[in-house]
Structures are given as C-alpha cells and as structure tokens.
Design a protein around this ligand. Structure first.
Ligand code: ADP
Ligand code: ADP
Length: 228
C-alpha cells in the first residue's frame, strides 16, 4: 500500500476542511481527485506530504506514519514528490541549478552525479536545451516541466500533482499532460488533482470526487468513464 488515510480530519480553527477521509492508494495506482473549488482537494494532497498536519486520524505513506516525528518527515520528503499549480522555481537560479539543489543538499549527491541526472530528466520532460536558462526565459509549459523534473530528481516513489495545468495558457497544457501520461505509463504512483478529464480518461485507475471536505464518490475509472 503506497498511501493509506484512515478517518482523517483537518480543521483550520473552527472550519473543517477535511471530514472523515478514508482512502487507500496501491503502489503504481493513478488516482484523480476532482471536485469544486474549496472542497478540500489541495488540503488532502498537502496532508499526504505533510505540508499540512492533519488534525486527527491516521496517514501512512510507504509504511511510514505521519505522526510529526521529524525523522519520519525527512523520509516522506524523499519519497513523495509534489508539483503545484504555480511552478515555484527559484528565479535567480538556472534550470540546472534548480534541479541539482535538493539532490545535493538532501541526498548528498555529488554535483557531477546530480547534474547528470538533471540533464537526463530534462530529456525525459523534453526540454534538454533549456538547462542553462533562467525560469523567466521559459514558457509556462516549460517551467512546469522543469518543476516535474525537479520533483523527479529526488527519485520519489509517489508523485502528487495539485492542478498542474490550471495556471497555464491553453496551448501549453497538452505538453505538460503528455509528460504526465508518460510518467503514468512508467508505473509511478500518482495522485493528481485536476479538471483535465481527457488526461484522467487516459491514465486514471481510480476517480475520487470531493465535496465540502468529504470524499463523496470513489470509483474505478473504467466504471466512471463507461457510465452513460
Ligand atoms: P480545493 O483545493 O478543493 O479548492 P482547499 O483544500 O484549498 O480546496 O481548501 C478547502 C477549504 O479550506 C477552503 O474553504 C479554504 O478556504 C480552506 N483553507 C485552506 N487552507 C486554509 C488555511 N491555511 N487556513 C484556513 N482555511 C484554509
Ligand atoms: P488552491 O485553489 O490551489 O487550493 P488557494 O488559492 O485556495 O489554492 O490557496 C492558496 C494557499 O492559501 C494555500 O496554501 C492554502 O492553504 C491557503 N489558504 C487558502 N484558503 C485560506 C484561508 N481561508 N485562510 C488562510 N489561508 C488560506
């Protein structure tokens, strides 16, 4: 089991953003999370890599319980990669510098090895020629592919996406989704918040629908997309 949430609640003050969430994600499974704005999708995904701490219940990621133990948090950060709506690249660093930072600092990878890996990942996200540019010199679609490569640099076992294409101009959406489809075919465990139903249809194993902090429906993708 890659991820298991049991009776998870998350409150911000009096406001309950997540209510009694139960969710199991198998290793290699692709889960697509949909639902209206404010339904708790971001909060759910941010609790899975502990950008937010849940208020009660249990979250286990790759066998590690997210219980606030800092040793566990460090392990989770290595296991789980995340791509946000905004690209969150460091503007004063080149693409290559953005990519090698975490492997060198967190994993202790040598610069030579980190750069070799980064260049290979830029090939994989189809922008090998952009290594020495700064983020502002790239299109939004290219920046988001750098952000995906940066997540992959840590060799994560699980990738989380929070509306990765919703800040992009329409003509750039497909170049990012194409890269995500390839990652899905390579067998990564993926949990994606997205409204891109064409993408969901291609990759999803499971569709999850949220509303007002609850999972209101969870269905195998085949069943969902074949429904009349
Ligand atoms: P979604 O991703 O489905 O749009 P979110 O998970 O971002 O929903 O937010 C769910 C609800 O929790 C929203 O009403 C939002 O305003 C609230 N919320 C999210 N983060 C915070 C926070 N840090 N403090 C207070 N309320 C928050
Ligand atoms: P998204 O729509 O991608 O979930 P939002 O714009 O809702 O993003 O939230 C952006 C950031 O602001 C998140 O870190 C979220 O936790 C925080 N946030 C959202 N709603 C609130 C709120 N009501 N009070 C405080 N922080 C919030």
């Amino acid at each position: 089991m890659a991820v298991r949430l049991t009776s998870v609640h998350k409150s911000y003050g009096d406001y309950e953003a997540l209510k009694d969430i139960d969710l199991e994600v198998q290793s290699g499974e692709k889960v697509i999370i949909c639902g209206p704005s404010g339904s708790g999708k971001s909060t759910l995904i941010r609790c899975i890599n502990r950008l937010e701490a849940h208020s009660s219940g249990q979250i286990v990621v790759d066998g590690i319980e997210l219980d606030g133990d800092t040793k566990h948090l460090a392990a989770i950060r290595k296991d789980v990669g995340m791509v946000f709506q905004q690209f969150n690249l460091f503007p004063h660093m080149t693409v290559l510098e953005n990519l090698v930072l975490a492997p060198m600092r967190v994993r202790g990878t040598s610069r030579a090895a980190a750069e070799a890996m980064a260049l290979a990942l830029l090939e994989r996200v189809r922008i090998p020629e952009q290594a020495h540019k700064y983020p502002a010199q790239l299109s939004g679609g290219q920046q988001q592919r750098v952000a995906i490569a940066r997540a992959l640099c840590m060799k994560p076992r699980i990738l989380l996406f929070d509306e990765p294409t919703s800040a992009l101009d329409p003509e750039m959406i497909s170049e990012v989704l194409d890269v995500m489809v390839e990652l899905a075919r390579e067998g990564m465990t993926m949990i994606c918040v997205t409204h891109e139903m064409g993408f969901a249809r291609k990759v999803a194993d499971t569709m999850v629908f949220m509303d007002q902090g609850r999972i209101v429906e969870k269905a195998p993708a085949l069943q969902f997309f074949d429904a009349p």
